[in-house]
Design a protein around this ligand. Structure first.
Ligand code: GN1
Ligand code: MG
Length: 363
């Protein structure tokens, strides 16, 4: 038995494992597909990155609370085929826990959703569905009674992320910020020039004008499963579900969905913010959140569309200066390329902020 097979067998799986192979392209956890023989479901096995999520107990507690809440809601609404519409995590053979510690690493297993597709880019029609689906996701969680912990404190707090970048600059751990690193200083100046305006959300929160709600906080396009007709089946990658501003879910989808290129494409000049995707997603999102979205939240959606590429640039750049300790990288300049790409997207979105505002008012 391979190591992975013996790990999978710690969980209460049905059927016999016939294969285990890498799955997806997440930047944090390691993911595998576990295939079984016959009619038994296949599974997704994940090694949890416990450097990023040190409190695995809280992480899985959050995910279990969220998935069972959504399952109850869907079932009360008369929906069938629930294992394709909400993730189901499998308990261990000898305990009700949904994570396994092999002495070194933490693992978890969920049911693989069959006949589902993920995309790295989407057309306006799919974006409308995605907007509605993330909006519905937040709406379904709006009456949760269980406490949802902040698995990564200050995860989407831009003031905190700017402070982390300042520390990375000071420490210059990887020695990348030498006196001749002209471009790196330009990037810092650019970030600095927009820091204050990008902290508006935190400011509104301090003034008591902006609520925190339970959000997904990693609404990249590829964290959504579609069926063969383009309907959203299920929202996946629930690690970062936690209290945040709705800007997190709205802004992070557009960061990936409305960009003309992937977040690490080196063709920086061709990176642009797509208004057709923005419009479709926004229509869907406003429809999905109609039951709770406040005027302040709605007014600031264009700000959120700018904030997320900005915040991602800050995070990628801090990691570049730290020597690539957080994100998986494929080559030494990978985080720098991602930084340039996200800054370009930020400027492109910023130039369209007024146009976005007008569109939202027209709805
Ligand atoms: C990480 O795991 P993945 O690839 O879905 C990151 C997100 C970033 C994203 C950038 C816990 O998400 O916040 O937006 O990379 N997740 C964590 O691609 O930091
Ligand atoms: Mg993911």
């Amino acid at each position: 038995m391979t190591d992975l097979q013996s790990i999978a067998s710690a969980f209460r799986i049905e059927g016999t494992v016939s294969g285990i192979a890498p799955l997806g392209n997440g930047l944090i956890n390691d993911t595998f597909k576990v295939t079984t023989t016959g009619d038994s479901p296949d599974y997704v096995l994940q090694r949890i990155n416990d450097a990023v999520f040190p409190d695995v107990e809280m992480l899985q507690g959050n995910i279990e609370a969220v998935t069972s809440h959504i399952r109850k809601k869907l079932s009360a609404a008369g929906e069938g085929d629930l294992d394709r519409k909400v993730l189901r995590f499998i308990p261990l053979k000898d305990s009700p826990k949904t994570f396994f510690y092999d002495g070194k690493k933490y693992w978890r297993l969920s049911v693989f959703i069959r006949d589902a597709f993920t995309y790295e880019t989407v057309n306006p029609e799919y974006s409308f569905c995605a907007g509605k689906a993330f909006g519905n996701f937040e709406a379904m969680l709006s009456d949760m009674k269980e406490e949802i912990g902040e698995v990564i404190p200050n995860f989407h707090n831009i003031e905190f992320r700017l402070w982390q970048l300042a520390l990375a600059v000071k420490a210059n751990k990887a020695g990348r910020l030498g006196p001749h690193a002209h471009e790196l200083h330009e990037i810092l100046e650019d970030i600095d020039a927009h820091g204050v305006e990008m902290c508006r959300g935190e400011q509104l929160f301090r003034e008591g004008k902006l609520p925190k709600r339970i959000c997904h906080c990693d609404t990249k396009v590829n964290n959504m499963l579609f069926d063969s007709e383009g309907n959203v089946l299920c929202v996946i990658d629930l690690d970062t579900v936690m209290p945040s501003f709705v800007f997190s879910d709205y802004g992070d989808f557009l960061r990936t969905g409305a960009s003309t290129l992937p977040e690490d494409d080196p063709d920086i000049d061709a990176v642009d913010f797509r208004m057709d995707i923005f419009e479709a997603f926004t229509r869907g999102y406003i429809e999905g959140t109609a039951s709770f979205l406040t005027p302040v939240e709605k007014e600031n959606l264009p700000y959120a569309a700018c904030l997320f590429p900005f915040m991602q640039a800050v995070r990628f750049f801090a990691d570049y200066l730290d020597g690539d300790l957080y994100y998986k990288t494929k080559y030494p300049e990978h985080n720098l390329v991602r930084t340039r790409n996200q800054l370009k997207l930020f400027h492109s979105a910023l130039a369209k902020e007024e146009e976005m505002r007008k569109y939202i008012l027209s709805l």
